[in-house]
Design a protein around this ligand. Structure first.
Ligand code: ACO
Length: 370
């Protein structure tokens, strides 16, 4: 007799998607951006072993309206065990982590998607925008060959509607950041940067589609400034590896640079992939700063392609602040040894955290070793 397995993998069962209005689907060719995707983690919701007991062919269909992030939840299965004590209450558990106003009626949700596509506008202040060539799809029309715009908005709890919006998007932190947790809504020190894809409709109106966000925390920094700590950062899977994370990070960095009250940008407990993204973008920024590079290497700057910056593979040969074992090209302040007062002047001016600046200096030295 074959034994039936009543245990489902919660990461496989939970199926996420961002749903666009009908008109917006047609413009894109109905592929790519509507794909279903799965969480990296569900242990904060369904427990350490990320298993759900009591169902066969379980699907937890959690959909979001692509811009407003209004939610729809449907739990489906082929069979359910008839033992109320041991069977997991799939919806009851998830309910604790999402706002209570989700739809369970598909038609109602789809009408909400249509309405929100017209009425939803990002909350907060626009701080950065950029474009990318439109993806070519089999159903491309002349409208799709235009570049696609992306916008980053900066918001706080004070922006009307943002608190409710944050309650809808914070689930992505639990699902994608290891050890991620919900933040305290009563703490006024939080700020947010949210990234959207912006599409023009044939009628000329615009629609916005959520891509990712970062939560930032203001710390007091002696004697009179604030330090901005990047605390949570997520780009949803359909948009990963297209440079959007880099754009969001650079938007936040430039925001910090532009605000006189902020002394530096720090990062809380970065995941390896984020550390990599930060290093690449910080290095690119330094390499593009002509005055810094001139002072660092006395004019003999190693050429680099404007687009992609490769981090040096190993940092083993350099010691902190550049007492390296090789010879650095050029005769600049980059040493060895690095002129510490000079380095600190640049670090403060560029608002980079101390340890990160040291790492960047080491990487630059390695890139310029003979
Ligand atoms: N085509 C193909 N690849 C590209 C393109 C492109 N057009 N543009 C960039 N890439 C590559 C980059 O070179 C990079 O490659 P590498 O990893 O081999 O170096 C890679 O894509 C990632 O760079 P981005 O695209 O700029 O970053 P992305 O948008 O994928 O975001 C992130 C990275 C934030 C880590 C994302 O994967 C994510 O959200 N992961 C899950 C959550 C997470 O780990 N968050 C960070 C936690 S740490 C914290 O919160 C402080």
């Amino acid at each position: 007799m074959s034994t039936v397995d009543w245990t489902a993998d919660a990461n496989d069962a939970l199926t996420l998607s961002l749903v666009r209005a009908k008109e917006d689907k047609q413009v894109l060719g109905d592929e790519e951006t509507y794909e279903e995707f799965h969480p990296a983690f569900t242990y904060p919701i369904y427990g350490e072993d990320e298993k759900i007991y009591g169902y066969q062919d379980l699907v937890i269909d959690l959909r979001f309206a692509s811009g407003s992030l209004a939610q729809y939840l449907s739990v489906r299965y082929a069979e359910k065990l008839d033992a109320s004590t041991t069977v997991d209450n799939v919806e009851g558990i998830l309910k604790e982590f999402i706002p209570p106003d989700y739809d369970t009626d598909e038609e109602a949700f789809l009408s909400r998607v249509e309405e929100d596509a017209v009425s939803f506008r990002p909350i907060g202040k626009l701080i950065h925008s950029y474009t990318r060539p439109a993806p070519s799809t089999s159903e491309s029309t002349s409208a799709t060959s235009e570049a696609v715009e992306f916008e980053v908005y900066h918001a706080t709890w004070k922006d009307p509607g943002f608190r409710e919006y944050h309650r809808r998007m914070q689930l992505f932190i639990l699902l994608y950041i290891e050890a991620g947790s919900y933040i305290n809504e009563d703490d006024d020190a939080w700020e947010f940067s949210v990234l959207y894809e912006k599409r023009k409709r044939q009628s000329g109106t615009e629609t916005y589609h959520f891509i990712g966000y970062s939560s930032l925390y203001n710390f007091y920094c002696f004697p009179e400034k604030l330090r901005m700590r990047l605390s949570q950062f997520v780009i949803i899977p359909p948009y990963q590896r297209h440079g959007h994370g880099s754009e969001l990070y650079n938007a936040i960095y430039n925001y910090v640079l532009s605000r006189p009250s902020l002394s530096e940008l720090t990062v809380e407990d970065p995941a390896e992939a984020f550390e990599d993204l930060r290093d690449r973008n910080d290095l690119k920024m330094l390499l593009a700063n002509e005055q810094f590079m001139q002072e660092s290497f006395g004019g003999e700057v190693v050429s680099h392609s404007g687009g992609k910056v490769r981090k040096p593979k190993s940092r083993a040969r350099a010691t902190p602040m550049g007492a390296s074992s090789g010879t650095v090209k050029g005769k600049g302040k980059m040493g060895p040894p690095v002129d510490k007062a000079w380095a600190e002047k640049w670090r403060t001016q560029l608002k980079i955290a101390g340890r990160q600046f040291q790492r960047l200096v080491e990487m630059l030295i390695l890139m310029h070793l003979d």
